[in-house]
Design a protein around this ligand. Structure first.
Ligand code: PMP
Length: 330
């Protein structure tokens, strides 16, 4: 029988898909690494399995333990899937800017979810960093993976995403573009691609305007899962050759175009990364092979990015005479 023993075996090995329409007219090839093919629907499945296995090996996580983590949703789903298989409880802390749908998904997997305000400093006792620290101290059997400092986060990408991109492009990749949240994806994948290519592959970070990685102060932006107001240990500052800041409006406009023009129903950080990739591709040559990582699917954002009223409320749509509300063309 051709059977997988568990969904965990299906994590990683996601496909590379060529972009055609949104990249029309740019000289370089742009290939999307579509992470919604992971069983939990996002790139974060990759880090979940590795962080849990390492904690079991070190004795930090024992049978019947509780996984406590601040997560915008995707890491929670990956952790919840692995935890179910291994019999752990999950207690997740999320900021209130996260879409309701994403929180409902975490609860559907059986996790408990605590929602905290976004508009407070990281040091504030109600911030999602502080609340998760407190729960990790107070709950019996708690273990906090801490995707913001856990070396197994970037290491999972060093051992999976990086080799996959290299093998799938037969070593022809010239640029790797990804959004930066914890920095795990770009740091681990980037380190692998730099090592295997003797530094030839250029690593480009995409960042929401206002986030610290592109020189901002951490002021609020709406794109989810990327950008920071602190510098996490999982982000290796030596890996990126360039960081490109992208506005919410450009990120969401491109996200909608990816669904309509490429059939890729993906999240807002995907649109952001594609905008950055296209800016690189526009300056490239036909020999350039630009791989852009798309972290998650779009179903968690139907009431926001894919909702015309929500987009219009933020001024992200403009009117044209006969087509009604349409997004700006980049
Ligand atoms: N996009 C989304 C939707 C995410 O959830 C994350 C993870 N926070 C990222 C991008 C960024 O990935 P990383 O944490 O590896 O930098």
């Amino acid at each position: 029988m051709r059977v997988y023993d568990s969904l965990v075996e299906l994590m990683g090995n996601t496909p590379l898909v060529r972009l055609h329409n949104v990249s029309a007219g740019v000289p370089a090839q742009v290939l999307a690494k579509v992470e919604y093919f992971n069983p939990g629907g996002s790139v974060k499945d990759r880090i979940a399995a590795r962080m849990i296995e390492a904690a079991e090996a070190s004795g930090e996580l024992r049978p019947g333990g509780v996984i406590v983590e601040p997560t915008s949703g995707n890491t929670g789903v990956g952790l919840a899937i692995v935890a179910q298989k291994k019999g752990y409880r999950c207690l997740f802390v999320v900021p209130d800017k996260v879409a309701q749908d994403k929180i409902a998904v975490l609860r559907a997997y059986g996790a408990e979810v605590v929602v905290c305000p976004t508009a407070v400093s990281p040091e504030h006792p109600d911030s999602y960093y502080s609340v998760s620290d407190r729960l990790a101290r107070e709950v019996a059997g708690a273990w906090k993976p801490d995707q913001y400092s856990n070396v197994n986060n970037p290491d999972s990408h060093y051992h999976s995403t990086g080799p996959e991109v290299w093998e799938q492009t037969e070593g022809r990749v010239t640029h790797f573009v990804a959004g930066i949240g914890t920095g795990g994806t770009i740091s681990g994948t980037g380190r692998y691609l730099k090592e295997v290519s003797d530094g030839r592959v250029k690593i480009i970070g995409a960042d929401p305007e206002g986030s610290v990685y592109s020189g901002g102060s951490g002021r609020p932006y709406l794109v989810e899962g990327v950008g920071e107001d602190i510098w996490p240990a999982t982000y290796d500052t030596k890996i990126c050759d360039e960081i490109i800041a992208v506005s919410d409006k450009d990120s969401f406009t491109m996200t909608r175009r990816l669904a309509r023009e490429e059939g890729l129903l993906v999240g807002g950080s995907c649109g952001m990364a594609v905008v950055a990739a296209l800016r690189v591709a526009a300056k490239g040559t036909p020999d350039d092979v630009i791989v852009v990582l798309l972290p998650d699917g779009g179903r968690g954002y139907l009431s926001k990015i894919f909702n015309d009223d929500w987009m219009a409320d933020y001024g992200f749509l403009t009117t044209t005479s006969d087509e009604g509300l349409v997004g700006d063309v980049l």
